[in-house]
Design a protein around this ligand. Structure first.
Ligand SMILES: NC(=O)c1ccc[n+]([C@@H]2O[C@H](COP(=O)([O-])OP(=O)(O)OC[C@H]3O[C@@H](n4cnc5c(N)ncnc54)[C@H](O)[C@@H]3O)[C@@H](O)[C@H]2O)c1
Length: 251
């Protein structure tokens, strides 16, 4: 039985995680952490880490960048590993997570679904083959409640492509302010927000008279929650370090 500390427990993803863990005989939510402590939960919820009484084996975080310092402090002082799924973190915050990973096991991914990780493998292959001949553009679509843009997943895809290219990609987020033709090294990133779209990512390789498009559509939030719970189980007992979905799939 693993005991999970659920950060962001009263958000949309937190509630989905709580539902999945509720039906899992091998896991339980030891406590939640959220600035919203009004909602009804079947586990204790805290908004200050100093008040936490229960012990946890692993943290799952689907909250907000503003809660990161609490998570880091909690994990470091209790030697608890963390699955960090919150997106929109700054470079400074990512550096702090790297520091934490020198002390405990950390699994950070802007997208916990298996499908997106497969898409990343496929686009890396396509980018290596089509480099210099095809223009690369990424379009992501999400619900109208999403705060950050472009999505952490779109950036993760762009980073994977850029690392594959011999010449690093130049990210272009907004075309309305600059009036010039795109260069061959650009990777365009475009965000659409509307309704209840769970998450769609299209990677377009546009060449002369032909287009290759690789797409992923998330149909429910469960795919992210299930991936995060799997990652949490995978992390328990692991030594300090940064872990990813590729390692989880291989194991
Ligand atoms: N990695 C993935 O696969 C993946 C998938 C879906 C969502 N996400 C990310 O997870 C995060 C949460 O998504 P959501 O849709 O559940 O959002 P949400 O807004 O519904 O929930 C966020 C929760 O965090 C709480 N919160 C906000 N600030 C806080 C703070 N300072 N301290 C403690 N709690 C705080 C809010 O009260 C809320 O309950 C977002 O960053 C989102 O982009 C990641």
């Amino acid at each position: 039985m693993i005991n999970i500390a659920l950060f962001g427990c009263n958000g949309k993803m937190g509630q989905v995680i709580a539902g999945i863990v509720n039906g899992d005989a091998d896991a339980k939510i030891a406590f939640g952490f959220d600035i919203n402590t009004e909602a009804k939960n079947s586990f204790p919820v805290y908004d200050k880490i100093e008040n936490i009484k229960e012990k946890a084996d692993v943290v799952i975080d689907f909250s907000h960048p503003a809660s990161l310092d609490s998570i880091l402090k909690y994990c470091e002082s209790n030697s608890v590993p963390a699955v960090i799924a919150t997106t929109g973190l700054s470079d400074d915050q990512l550096a702090k997570i790297d520091v934490l990973s020198q002390k405990v096991a950390v699994f950070r991914s802007a997208n916990m679904s298996l499908g997106i990780n497969l898409l990343i493998n496929l686009v890396k292959k396509a980018a290596a083959l089509l480099e210099g001949k095809f223009d690369i553009e990424i379009i992501e679509k999400h619900h109208n409640q999403k705060i950050d843009a472009p999505s952490g997943t779109a950036l993760m895809i762009a980073d994977a492509i850029s690392d594959t290219l011999t010449e690093k990609g130049e990210y272009v987020y907004d075309r309305h302010s600059v009036r010039k033709k795109r260069s061959k090294t650009e990777i365009g990133l475009h965000a659409v927000r509307g309704g209840t779209i769970v998450g769609e990512h299209d990677v377009i390789f546009a060449g002369n008279d032909e287009i290759v498009q690789i797409s992923h559509s998330a149909m429910s939030k469960e795919i992210f929650a299930e991936g995060a719970v799997k990652a949490a189980k995978f992390l328990v007992g692991k030594g300090a370090g940064m872990y990813n979905m590729q390692q989880l799939i291989e194991e």
